[in-house]
Design a protein around this ligand. Structure first.
Ligand code: KIV
Ligand code: NA
Length: 279
C-alpha cells in the first residue's frame, strides 16, 4: 500500500474509518507495526520506561529519543511517523520547541512531533512548531511527563470542572493547528464531549473509550513485554516477556547440560586438513 499522509488520516476520520496507532522504539517493533499496516507509529517517550529502563518518562533526553526514532524510521515504509518531544525539550521557549522538533524531522526522519498538555504554554509551543512547518499531535488527559502533579498515573477529568478543562484544551490545541490529539485515561463521557468539538483534529484514544477516531497502545503493553499487570485500559494480545524468559532459560539450561551446541550446529573440516592441523 502507499505511504500514509496527513490528508489520508483526515479522510479516514471523515469516513469514520478507525485509525490504528501503536508505539515503536526500534527496528523489530517498527517492522511489526509495518506488517500490521498501522496507520500511525509513535516513538513514544514511554520508551524511556519500556526500553531504556527509567522509572518514568521524565529522564528521557532528546538524543536518546532521536536514536530510538532513527531505528524505528529504518523499519517503516507506510505509516505516519510521530516522535514524542521529551520533557524539558520544548517548554522553555517557542525557539527551543521549534529547534527540538526540527531535529526529530531532520535527524530522526519523523513526519510529525507530539507534545504533552493543553495549557496555554503547550498550546503556544504547538502553534510555533506548526508555523515552522512541522505537524503537531497534542496529548491531554493523563500526561505522564507531569504525572506527579496530576496525582500519579490515574484517570483525569472525573469531575465536571476537570472534564470541562479537557474539552477546552482539546479545542485550543485544534485551533492551534494540531492535526491530531491523543486523549489519555479519561472517562468515556468526557471523550464524547470532546468529540463533539473535534471537526478537524484526528482524535486518538488510550484509555479514553470507544468514541475517538482511533486508538493507540504501547507496544510492550499489548504484547506483554513487562513485569506486572499494567493499566486497566490495556488489552494484552501476547505474553512475550514469558516467551522471552522461557527461551533464554532453555538456552541457559542447554549450555549448562552441554546439550547445546549439538552436531547440527557445528562446522566441519576436510579430513586431510584435520590431519595437517594435528602435525
Ligand atoms: O509515550 C507514549 O507511548 C505515548 C502514548 C501512550 C500516547 O505518549
Ligand atoms: Na509519550
Amino acid at each position: 500500500r502507499a505511504p500514509l499522509t496527513l490528508p489520508a488520516l483526515r479522510a479516514m476520520k471523515a469516513a469514520g474509518e478507525p485509525v490504528v496507532m501503536v508505539t515503536a522504539y526500534d527496528h523489530p517493533s517498527a517492522l511489526a507495526a509495518e506488517h500490521a499496516q498501522a496507520d500511525v507509529v509513535l516513538v513514544g517517550d514511554s520508551g524511556a520506561m519500556t526500553v531504556l529502563g527509567y522509572d518514568s518518562t521524565v529522564p528521557a533526553t532528546t538524543d536518546e529519543m532521536l536514536m530510538l526514532t532513527r531505528a524505528t524510521r529504518r523499519g517503516l515504509r507506510t505509516p505516519v511517523l510521530v516522535a514524542d518531544l521529551p520533557f524539558g525539550s520544548y517548554e522553555v521557549s517557542d525557539e527551543q520547541a521549534v529547534a527540538t522538533a526540527m531535529r526529530f524531522v531532520k535527524e530522526g526522519g519523523a513526519h510529525a512531533v507530539k507534545l504533552e498538555r493543553g495549557e496555554p504554554t503547550s498550546v503556544a509551543r504547538a502553534a510555533a512548531i506548526v508555523a515552522a512547518g512541522i505537524p503537531v499531535m497534542g496529548h491531554i488527559g493523563l500526561t505522564p511527563q507531569t504525572a506527579t502533579a496530576l496525582g500519579g498515573y490515574r484517570a483525569q477529568g472525573r469531575t465536571g470542572a476537570d472534564a470541562a478543562k479537557i474539552v477546552d484544551q482539546a479545542v485550543a490545541l485544534q485551533d492551534a493547528g494540531c492535526f491530531a490529539i491523543v486523549l489519555e485515561c479519561i472517562p468515556s463521557p468526557v471523550t464524547e464531549a470532546v468529540m463533539e468539538r473535534m471537526d478537524r483534529a484526528v482524535v486518538i484514544g488510550i484509555g479514553a473509550g470507544p468514541a475517538t477516531d482511533g486508538q493507540v497502545l504501547v507496544f510492550h503493553d499489548l504484547l506483554g513485554i513487562r513485569e506486572g499487570k499494567g493499566a486497566k485500559f490495556v488489552k494484552r494480545y501476547a505474553d512475550l516477556q514469558d516467551a522471552m524468559d522461557a527461551g533464554v532459560a532453555a538456552y541457559a539450561a542447554d549450555v549448562r547440560s552441554r546439550t547445546y551446541p549439538a552436531p547440527e550446529h557445528e562446522y566441519g573440516m576436510p579430513e586431510d586438513q584435520v590431519a595437517a592441523l594435528r602435525e
